[in-house]
Write a protein that binds this ligand. Structure first.
Ligand SMILES: Nc1ncnc2c1ncn2[C@@H]1O[C@H](COP(=O)(O)O)[C@@H](OP(=O)(O)O)[C@H]1O
Ligand SMILES: [Mg+2]
Ligand SMILES: [Mg+2]
Ligand SMILES: [Mg+2]
Length: 306
């Protein structure tokens, strides 16, 4: 089955196994206690866990899919990794699904894999480990079509650490139970470490009943999927393609929507600008276009203006 499955199914199955291994590396670094923090910019830390998890993911995927373009947050990594970090397995459970017809003939050169080895680094360094996710997004031409969101610090009922959520457009999602957000309320999930005045103005435009401030694009989209929030609002540049590719694919495979704050989808081909200049607006079970209209036009024009 594995050898004959279409390449998108093998990329997804390999990414599921690899994200789990990266999650183990992220837990190990924290357990050892020396985070090796480097500041890449203002409010933009990188740790040994970001670097090691990226090496594991990119080395594993590049070995299995040598002609697929892979772009990771932490730049060019040393792909000479120990065997323990080289993940060879394909997730067998995922491979039981049949490939949606629209992706059967996609060729390796049509893909870009966007890797965020550790989303929510600021929160990881501050002990909010439940916000941390590993994100592997699969784009076909311009569109985010497949995604893996792995939570290394999620404790399963049987005590096992880690949970892996996946989504593939045309197939659906797996690894979690979708819950609708409560009726009669409007809960926004947003950044806890990258706010500014313009972003606050956009938040104020919604008559929200609650604003949750949490780390990571992956975790915020999980809050939509699990009915903890109705919308994810981030009205400032700063988030990148590797932050949104996997969350967008999973959310949209579940019937939601992730766009910039003007309601337009980002493109995920290999040549795009990495920064999501016009912010992020994501929702599930809402009239997405009506949410866009709530943000004053002057705020939307100012976000990302060069
Ligand atoms: N102003 C900014 N500068 C750098 N990175 C930013 C940023 N705003 C958002 N991001 C990145 O977008 C992701 C989600 O941000 P937030 O938690 O604030 O919503 C984080 O990813 P990483 O943790 O993978 O770097 C974060 O670093
Ligand atoms: Mg980062
Ligand atoms: Mg990130
Ligand atoms: Mg990251």
């Amino acid at each position: 089955m594995a050898a004959t499955a279409p390449v998108i199914m093998r990329v997804m199955a390999s990414s599921i196994s690899t994200a789990k291994r990266a999650g183990g590396i992220i837990r190990d670094v924290l357990k050892k206690g020396d985070l090796g923090i480097v500041d890449k910019g203002k409010n933009d830390p990188q740790t040994e866990a970001d670097r090691s998890a990226q090496r594991c993911i990119i080395a594993s995927l590049a070995k299995k899919f040598p002609t697929v373009k892979i772009i990771g947050e932490e730049g060019g990594s040393d792909l000479n990794v120990c065997d323990d970090w080289l993940v060879n397995e394909l997730d067998e459970e995922f491979l039981q699904h049949s490939c949606p017809a629209e992706w059967k003939d996609v060729k390796p050169e049509d893909f870009v894999i966007w890797v965020d080895p550790l989303d929510g680094t600021a929160e990881y360094t501050q002990g909010h480990v439940e916000h941390v996710t590993v994100l592997i997004g699969i784009a076909v031409k311009d569109a985010a079509v497949g995604g893996i969101i792995h939570q290394p610090f999620y404790q399963q009922p049987d005590g096992e650490m880690g949970r892996t959520i996946w989504g593939l457009k045309g197939l659906g999602t797996g690894g979690f139970t979708a819950v609708p957000a409560p009726a009669g309320q409007f809960i926004i999930t947003t950044t806890r470490s990258h706010s500014n005045a313009l972003h606050q103005q956009a938040l104020n435009a919604f008559a929200s009943t609650e604003v949750l401030k949490v780390g990571g694009a992956g975790f915020k989209v999980l809050q939509l999927l699990e009915g903890k929030a109705h919308a994810y609002v981030f009205a400032t540049p700063g988030c990148k393609k590797w932050d949104t590719c996997a969350p967008e694919a999973v959310l949209e495979a579940q019937g939601g929507c992730l766009t910039n704050i003007n309601g337009e989808h980002y493109a995920y081909n290999a040549d795009v600008e990495h920064v999501n200049r016009q912010g992020v607006l994501a929702s599930l079970g809402q009239d997405h276009a009506a949410l866009v209209e709530k943000i004053p036009a002057e705020v939307r024009a100012a976000v990302g203006a060069k």
